[in-house]
Design a protein around this ligand. Structure first.
Ligand code: TYC
Length: 108
């Protein structure tokens, strides 16, 4: 397709120049969600949030309590690749410790 912003194509010489939006699009972002369950210990969830999401102990405790009370919370927003990595790390870590903790991602 021709680019109305490209000065090389000679278009726009008639005296009217309509500026169009730049074509660069930011990549989509993905929310990483942590889900509540009745069995995963609170301290384990706090540790997960510190270890994989760089939260302080106080931040992690607060977010864990939000998930515990509301059922779900966004724990970070990332590119698709980073979000997938975080979800994999949390799911692996939980499974290795035999906790049913669930972590998912969705497009923002
Ligand atoms: N509901 C769990 C409990 O009472 C704690 C918990 C919090 C589990 C957050 C998962 O994502 C979660 N032990």
């Amino acid at each position: 397709m021709s680019d109305p912003n490209d000065p090389r194509d000679g278009e726009g010489d008639a005296g009217v120049v309509l500026q169009t939006k730049p074509k660069t699009k930011r990549p989509p972002l993905y929310k990483v969600l942590l889900l509540n369950d009745d069995y995963t210990p609170m301290e384990f969830v706090v540790h997960v949030l510190e270890r994989f999401f760089g939260m302080t102990h106080a931040q992690a405790f607060e977010v864990m309590l939000t998930v515990h009370k509301k059922g779900v919370a966004v724990v970070g927003v990332f590119s698709h690749e980073i979000a997938e990595t975080k979800v994999g790390q949390v799911m692996d870590f939980a499974r290795r410790h035999q906790h049913p903790l669930q972590c998912t991602m969705e497009k923002e």
